[in-house]
Each structure stands twice: as C-alpha cells, then as structure tokens.
Design a protein around this ligand. Structure first.
Ligand code: ADP
Ligand code: MG
Length: 321
C-alpha cells in the first residue's frame, strides 16, 4: 500500500510534518503546490509565506526531499541518446528557419513574445500544420496539443494553411487536440492531461497560446507577483519536461505589456520577466512591420547568433517575403 503510494507520487503537502490544512493552504497560495517545490525552497522563504519559524521550515523541507524525487541521476549516455533524437520543425519560412538553426527545436521551449497583432498566433497555427508534415519536408509526423487561453484557435485558419501545403484539412484537424484553458490553474492542469494524451498519440508539438494572459489577469499588483512567478516557474518546468519526454517542440506565446508591468516597467518586456526567459531555450521577439510583414528577432540564444529576419503572413500562412 505504502509502496504504491510512493510510486504514484501521491503524497500531498498535508503529509509533511507539522503541515495542517491551514499551512498547506498558505503554501499552495504562494505557489508551493507540490513536494518538489518545497524540496527546493529556501527555508526563509517558506517560513515567510507560511508564517512559521525557520526551524520548522527546515524540517518540512527535509521531509519533502525524502518524499519527492529529488536528485535523480541520468548517465551521460542516456542524455546523449536523447539529444541525438533532437530535431527541428519548419516554420514555413526559409529565413525564419535558418535564424533558428533549422526551425523550432524539439526538447526545448521556444517563446514568441511581442505586441498584439505581431503574428504570434499565426505562427503557432502554422506550426500545428507543419508538425504533421513528413520529416523530409521539415515536419515531425506527429500530433499536436494546442492549449488555447484566449479563444484564438481557428480551425478555418488551419484549413487554409493545410490546403496550401496540399494536406487533407480534415486529417490535419483530427490530429490537433485543442483545449480551452479557463484560468491559470486549469492551464497548468492541462499540461498533466497533455502528458496523458501523449501516451495515446505521438504528440510532437505542444502550443500554449498565450502562456501568460491568465496569470497576468489573475495576479495583479506587487503583492501577488511572487506567487505568480512561482506558478509560472512551475508551469515552465512542466512544459520543459513534456518537451524532453516526448521529444516534442513546445511553443509558447507571451504578450509584451502595453502599459508597464508591475515589476518589469519596460513596455517591451515580456510578462513573467526572468522566470519565463530563463526557462525558455529560445526567445523570439515579434514586431509589426509594413502591411503583412513581420520582424522576428532571436534574443539571447545560448548556441545561435542573435539576428532578425522578415517574414510575411499570407492566406497560405507564414512565408518568406
Ligand atoms: P498576435 O497573436 O501576436 O496578437 P496574430 O497572430 O493574431 O497576432 O496576428 C494577427 C494578424 O495576422 C492579422 O493582423 C493579420 O495581419 C494576419 N492574419 C490573420 N489571419 C489571416 C489570414 N487569413 N490571411 C492573412 N493574414 C492573416
Ligand atoms: Mg494571439
């Protein structure tokens, strides 16, 4: 019985010593939703949010480390094997692909950030179609999960893009699994659901459009910033895990704040600031240009040179100008 519980990782915060329902509630509100979050927490932070002493916080953290799967080691050979499976998904634009070293990378999160209308949603629609292309054509021959937070998924748009690539639109739509996320909590749960769905279908692309809209709307003001960042951090790590385990592309969108964000005052700064930025492997800044032209700029990539390209949004989809 106990063994089974351990395997399924069903321990909850209330299983920790000295954590009753009230403390658990405070911890969860502050973003410490699971044992892993607590296991890696700083005692002083935990003490602060739960209103307990640092000594007690230490004890809680120690217990969480015992229960949570902290410090699982992998051999270099295992990592190497996984890295060898890494591939790229075409964007539909040769220029854009080469900016990214061949396209959107699997086992990574790519963040598209930019103002309203800069083409983020159009690009993720294009990716949802392209992911189904054969590998020779830059596809991944896979299914797609699309987490839609702003109700901007349009099957009609998928049909247009699929037809332009001479794919059967019906078939393409059947392989895109769309879920509306009604709030940030639901959005995070949907990543767990995605993990389950990926056991049933060969999912090779996960889209979250938009990553930050709910978080931004729900956590307003300086006082809730820490909680928001905690949750976003956890969400990003769940997404990265999805990318790794499924050798999948994860593409997320992020709107820049038109009026200064509570904390990150620069109007061109993406929501979520350094939390999202540090976990995303690639960050692309999208900017409106003349007519249907858009500028895509690669920012702070670890392995690729920074640079920018121009693409166009046509009825057929994302193309070179
Ligand atoms: P964001 O998600 O960054 O707010 P979108 O990806 O929704 O922006 O971009 C919207 C723009 O995409 C529109 O302003 C329009 O220029 C272009 N667009 C949308 N649908 C089509 C279409 N069917 N054909 C051509 N261009 C389109
Ligand atoms: Mg959009």
């Amino acid at each position: 019985m106990a063994k089974k519980k351990e395997k399924k990782e069903e321990f909850t915060l209330e299983d920790l010593p000295g954590v009753g329902p009230a403390t658990a509630e405070k911890l969860r509100e502050a973003g410490y939703t699971g044992l892993m979050e607590i296991a890696v927490a700083a005692p002083s932070d935990l003490a602060d949010v739960a209103g307990i002493g640092e000594g007690q916080a230490q004890k809680i953290i120690h217990a969480a480390r015992k229960y949570a799967n902290v410090g699982q080691f992998e051999t270099g050979a295992e990592i190497y094997k996984r890295r060898k499976e890494l591939t790229k998904l075409t964007t539909g634009s040769k220029e854009f692909d080469s900016l990214l070293g061949g396209g959107f990378e699997t086992q990574a999160i790519t963040e598209l950030f930019g103002e309203f209308g800069s083409g983020k949603t159009q690009i993720v629609h294009q990716l949802a179609v392209n992911a189904q292309l054969p590998k020779e054509k830059g596809g991944l021959e896979g299914h797609v999960i699309f987490i839609d937070t702003e109700n901007t998924f349009r099957p009609e748009r998928i049909v247009q893009m699929a037809e332009a690539l001479e794919l059967d639109p019906e078939e393409v739509l059947k392989r895109i699994h769309v879920a509306r996320a009604f709030n940030s909590h639901h959005q995070m749960l949907l990543v767990d659901k995605a993990m389950e769905l990926a056991k049933e279908y060969p999912v090779r692309l996960l889209v979250v459009d938009s990553l930050t809209a709910h978080f931004r709307a729900e956590y307003v003001g300086r006082g809730s910033l820490a909680a928001r960042q905690q949750l976003l951090n956890r969400h990003m790590h769940d997404l990265l895990r999805f990318a790794d385990l499924n050798n999948a592309v994860v593409a997320v969108t992020n709107q820049v704040s038109a009026k200064p964000d509570t904390f990150y005052g620069d109007p061109t700064t993406p929501i979520g600031g350094h939390i999202v930025g540090h976990t995303a492997t690639y960050r692309i800044y999208m900017k409106k240009s003349r007519g249907n032209k858009r500028i895509a700029r690669l920012i702070d990539s670890p392995a690729l040179p920074d640079g920018e390209i121009v693409l166009v949004i046509k009825t057929e989809g994302i193309r070179d100008p």
